[in-house]
Structure formats: C-alpha cells, structure tokens
Design a protein around this ligand. Structure first.
Ligand SMILES: NC(=O)C1=CN([C@@H]2O[C@H](COP(=O)(O)OP(=O)(O)OC[C@H]3O[C@@H](n4cnc5c(N)ncnc54)[C@H](O)[C@@H]3O)[C@@H](O)[C@H]2O)C=CC1
Ligand SMILES: CC(=O)C(=O)O
Length: 317
C-alpha cells in the first residue's frame, strides 16, 4: 500500500455495510481510513470496536472509527448502505418511499460537510436510490454510482463457470438493466474466453443448451428472494461487490463493472440510472460501454428503463 491517505466513509452499519467493511479490512491495502456512521450510534461504535480488534490479524493497518457527517468533508468515497431491506415477499421497489426519506437525512448533511468525492450507493432499489442521491446532491453524474447489477453479474459468472466448468474469470458476461425483476442477460454478448457462448450452444457435439441458459438467468434473477427466504438478508456478495468497486475507484483501475450509472444517450436513453458495463476509475464513471444488443435485448432494456422511470417520476425530491 502507498502512504497516501485514502478515506472511505460508510453510512449504514447493518448487514450490508458491515460485510463491506469486513471485506475491505480483510482484503487490505484498499484504503487506510474507514469511518462508520449510523443513525444508531451505539451500533456504529460497537462495530468500530469489533473491527479494530481484528486489525492485528489484517494484512495492513487502517484507522477505523465511528464518526459523524462532518467526517465526510475530506473523504474520497461515501458508501451508503443505510435504510430498510426487503423482507420475505417484498420486492426491492417496495422499499422506495421509506428509503427516500432515509436518504433525505443522509445526502444533505454529507454535501453540507464539504464532501467532494464519489457517492457509492447500495441501498435498494439501488438504481432509483442512486438517482435520488444524484438529484439531492447535485454532484456530477460521473461521481454518483450505484452497485447496479455488479452483484447479479458476479452471480451469473459464478453459475456459468460452474455450468461450463470454466473459471468464472474467463466468462465474460453481464447482467444489465434494473437491479431487480426486470434485469436480464444479453446472451448474444456472453463469451467464454473470446468465443461467443451462442456458438457453443449451437454446436451439436456438446450437451450444452439454451434452456439451461434461461434457467441460469432465472436463478440469478431470483437469487436474492431465495437467500432472504433462507437467512432473511443477503450481504456477503454485495459486501464484496462494494469492495471491488471501491478498489477500482481508489486504485484508478479503469476496470469494467456493471454499476448503476446515468445514461447520457447511451442505449438511446437519458437521465435514468441503470446497470450497464462501465469503466470505473479515480473519478468514478469514466465511460459507459454500449453493448451491441439484438432487437429482443433492446426491448428488454427498454422495459427495464420504463420500470425505473415509472417509479422515479412520481417522487417529489
Ligand atoms: N445493491 C444490492 O445489490 C444490495 C442491496 N441491499 C440493500 O442494502 C440496504 C441495507 O441492507 P441491510 O444492511 O441488510 O439492512 P440492515 O437493516 O441490516 O442495516 C441498515 C442500517 O441502516 C441504518 N439506518 C437506517 N436509517 C438510517 C439513517 N437515516 N441514517 C443512517 N443510518 C440509518 C440502520 O440503523 C441499520 O444499521 C437495503 O436497502 C438492502 O435492500 C442488500 C443486498 C444487496
Ligand atoms: C437484496 C439484493 O438486492 C440482492 O441480494 O440482490
């Protein structure tokens, strides 16, 4: 790790927030100052103590403490994982009204602190909460990022790797659209190494088939519901996705991640924040990559945009 200071503020020290913090500490070297903020200050203090007690076993040292909004002033990234989470039977969109109220109490004091870094949002419905953050903060779009479909993409690559018995790192595939029920996999764009998966599926010499792809897509779309049914919440996966995005920003990696980013004409749309492959570096979203979608995929993308706009438009911010 270099000696320059890299400061992250986490707002919301619940299951998602603390899974992120734990992953950040364990991976080591990504940042060297972590501030924990929560409306429940007792909890934030307890979490800071607990994490600090693990530092003796961590790869690199970090300053970790429970803080206040004024601590955002000189932060590089403010991660927001505060708010309510889905209960069994709820969709992510069901959380919208409650989490908009939570964000009003967060984004304004962060901006008032003089914060001039990058917002990274995980709270659901994440695409709309990212747009709410953009509207409330009035930051430039490149500096307001949501986790988007980064977790769904990780789920997809894991399942495809398992199916083809190939390291998921060599599967190039994205889930795009809403982080929610209208998300989809543009199958025309899925590659194993540099070979299109569609070609592998068409090859009669193997037993791979398109029906299995549809089943994998469905498993990705319903993964959160299954996990919530089994253990009430999902948090390790998103904690690691957040860590990955923070690492890409602070390391100025220019890595391609499917974050929720504001479209400015890409895919034929404007203003909506939605999960799309984007190049992420020190200044946030450097570029959105526009995939070559076929007609059916364009229709699916349009449906996802419509869902997000229909839920965002009635909000009075
Ligand atoms: N983007 C993604 O892929 C994923 C997003 N999530 C979302 O992350 C969010 C957090 O989920 P969990 O950590 O499981 O919930 P949780 O209930 O464990 O934690 C939420 C935390 O937010 C805090 N909080 C509530 N209002 C606040 C306020 N006004 N100011 C500061 N802190 C406040 C609470 O005190 C609590 O500590 C949910 O919206 C959930 O749906 C969860 C998994 C994946
Ligand atoms: C809860 C949620 O958004 C997820 O695990 O995908």
């Amino acid at each position: 790790m270099t000696t320059d200071r890299r400061k992250v503020v986490l707002i919301g020290t619940g299951m998602v927030g603390m899974s992120f913090a734990y992953s950040l500490v364990n991976q080591g070297g990504i940042c060297n100052e972590l501030v924990l903020i929560d409306v429940n200050t007792v909890r934030a203090n307890g979490e800071a103590m607990d994490l600090n007690h693990g530092l003796a076993f961590a790869k690199s040292n970090m300053k970790i403490y429970a803080g206040e909004y004024k601590d955002c002033k000189d932060a590089d990234i403010v991660v927001i994982a505060a708010g309510v989470a889905q209960k069994e039977g709820e969709t992510r969109l069901d959380l919208l009204k409650r989490n908009v109220e939570v964000f009003r109490s967060i984004v304004t004091p962060v901006v008032r602190s003089g914060f001039d870094g990058i917002f990274l949002v995980a709270t659901n419905p994440v695409d709309i909460m990212t747009r709410v953050t953009y509207e409330l903060s009035r930051f430039g779009a490149s500096r307001v990022i949501g986790t988007g479909t980064s977790l769904d993409t990780a789920r997809l690559r894991y399942l495809l790797g398992d199916y083809f018995t190939v390291d998921p790192k060599n599967i190039h595939a994205y889930v795009i659209g809403e982080h929610g029920d209208s998300e989809f996999v543009p199958l025309s764009q899925v590659m194993m190494a540099t070979k299109p998966v569609m070609k592998i599926l068409e090859d009669e010499r193997n037993s791979y088939c398109i029906d299995d792809m549809q089943s994998i897509e469905e498993q990705v779309r319903t993964a959160a519901y299954k996990i919530i049914e089994a253990k009430r919440a999902t948090y390790y996966g998103i904690g690691m996705a957040l860590t990955r995005i923070v690492k890409a920003i602070l390391g100025d990696e220019n890595s391609v991640l499917t974050v929720s980013a504001k479209l400015c004409g890409e895919y034929g749309y404007r203003d909506v924040f939605i999960g799309v492959p984007s190049i992420i570096g020190r200044n946030g979203v450097k570029e959105i990559i526009e995939l070559d979608l076929n007609e059916e995929e364009k229709e699916k993308f349009k449906s996802s945009v419509n869902v997000l706009n229909e839920h965002f438009d009635p909000l009075e911010l």
